[in-house]
Design a protein around this ligand. Structure first.
Ligand code: ZN
Length: 160
């Protein structure tokens, strides 16, 4: 059957940057299972998968606008070290949950200079075009329970 809204889809994927660096991959693990047509994966990838069938293999080049969006400069902020109350060693690359109105809600420390800590609230993949190597592993109708929950159950999906 073809991938269409409200189908449960399992895919193997390898995600690379335009420079060819592997960012993420399901190869060697469980395929990713998701509920198609609900926006649970990035929009450009969902569009590329629409209508595909089991066994199809393809590569999709997805512009940042259909992936994690643009970089917002105002999500990069310098804050005082004392704001990180109770954390002794603040290092570049550390991530914190933040109470923000926009963005992913996770900030990454990008610079540490004395008592000035620069944090970036953009998604780590914001502003980047993404390349996906995809293989369709399984396509089936979602169950009523899955549609109710808005996600897929079982292998590669939610276990509860
Ligand atoms: Zn559920």
């Amino acid at each position: 059957m073809q991938i269409s809204p409200n189908t449960a889809v399992s895919i193997h994927y390898t995600l690379t940057s335009d420079a060819g660096e592997v960012i993420d991959s399901s190869i060697g693990g469980e395929p990713l299972a998701y509920l198609h047509g609900t926006g649970s994966i990035i929009s450009g990838l969902e569009k590329a998968l629409d209508g595909k069938e089991v066994g199809d293999k393809f590569t999709a080049h997805i512009p940042a606008s259909d992936a994690y969006g643009q970089v917002f400069e105002d999500r990069v902020q310098v804050i005082a070290r004392e704001m990180f109350d109770g954390i002794d060693n603040i290092e570049v690359g550390m991530q914190f949950h933040a109470d923000v109105s926009e963005g992913p809600g996770i900030v990454t420390v990008v610079k540490v200079e004395g008592d000035e800590i620069t944090i970036d609230g953009n998604h780590p993949l914001a502003g980047m075009p993404l390349n996906f190597d995809i293989e369709i592993i399984d396509v089936r109708p979602a169950t009523a329970e899955e549609l109710d929950h808005g996600h897929i159950h079982g292998a590669g999906g939610h276990h509860h």
